[in-house]
Design a protein around this ligand. Structure first.
Ligand SMILES: Cc1cc2nc3c(=O)[nH]c(=O)nc-3n(C[C@H](O)[C@H](O)[C@H](O)COP(=O)(O)OP(=O)(O)OC[C@H]3O[C@@H](n4cnc5c(N)ncnc54)[C@H](O)[C@@H]3O)c2cc1C
Length: 249
């Protein structure tokens, strides 16, 4: 199967339990993650009574404006990311601070039926797509043949799981960067913002840029006070990109 769009599923969001001895005078709608950050920020000045009568959204806007972004680190969001290439995840996992990742293992998982992610720049041009598929299909055949040969070569290894791992870890070397993978990424709101700023910009690679835009939409719906300052627009290359209101809070 050839994949042309990523699939993002929100797996986990913060659950905030307000301590009864330090109640906040909340104003406006907010999610648990946003309340958690506001609570943490207000604790610094013991301003739970909300003297400035700020809605959560305005409070967190001010936090971003002041660059007091460490309070955003309390709120973590986990996203299951599917239908993306190994080259995308290679770029994604360069983002370290505030992140945790768990990715499908090509050593343990059989890739004989792997899917492949069509590079956005190739989509829509039949000749380019055809040429790309020929290469991908050839790599797939080479992988299957190599696993078979390696299983025979190491037939003396008694532990079948170990033998399979030996075969798959060597055979995967012929698979292309386009091979589809799955990854769970957990990041705090500040880490998501930093990554999304870099990866949704016009200078980002097109596939990770497309992913970043999907993630911005997902997170804006989930926690607008954290992510509403990302503005999505159509760039000169006729693809979507985003610019951020508050750089690296
Ligand atoms: C358009 C683009 C092109 C790129 N091209 C290349 C390339 O050709 N080759 C390549 O190798 N990489 C490339 N990268 C990856 C880039 O170099 C970074 O590794 C990646 O963007 C992660 O950025 P980061 O380190 O700021 O992020 P994170 O690891 O998420 O860190 C976030 C922030 O925390 C702080 N921080 C994190 N770790 C430390 C630390 N150890 N010490 C001090 N401060 C820290 C920094 O302020 C950092 O910006 C590219 C990235 C982009 C967006």
């Amino acid at each position: 199967m050839y994949i042309t769009t990523p699939t993002l599923t929100l797996l986990a969001r913060p659950s905030f339990s307000e301590p009864s001895h330090l109640p906040v005078d909340w104003i406006g709608e907010s999610s648990d993650g946003e309340r958690l950050a506001e609570f943490a920020g207000r604790l610094c000045y013991m301003s739970q009574r909300n003297p400035a009568r700020r809605q959560t959204r305005d409070y967190l806007e001010n936090i971003k404006r002041q660059g007091h972004g460490s309070v955003l680190e309390h709120a973590n969001y986990s996203v299951l990311i599917e239908g993306v290439s190994r080259s995308l995840t290679h770029e994604l996992i360069r983002h370290r601070a505030g992140w945790a990742y768990s990715q499908l293992s090509q050593r343990y998982v059989d890739e004989s039926q792997a899917h492949y992610v069509v590079p956005p720049a190739v989509i829509g041009d039949p000749a380019l797509e055809g040429a790309w598929r020929v290469q991908v299909d050839e790599a797939q055949r080479a992988y299957v043949a190599m696993v078979e040969q390696l299983m025979q070569r190491y037939s003396w290894v008694a532990d079948k799981v170990h033998r399979r791992k030996m075969a798959r870890e060597a055979a995967r070397s012929v698979l292309p960067n386009a091979t589809e993978t799955k990854i769970v990424a957990t990041g705090n709101a500040r880490a998501w913002r930093t990554m999304l700023e870099l990866r949704s910009s016009e200078s980002a690679e097109l596939e990770i840029r497309r992913f970043a835009l999907a993630a911005i939409r997902l997170l804006q719906a989930e926690a607008p006070a954290f992510f509403s300052d990302f503005e999505i627009y159509e760039a000169e290359d006729r693809r979507e990109a985003a610019r951020i209101g508050f750089h690296k809070v």
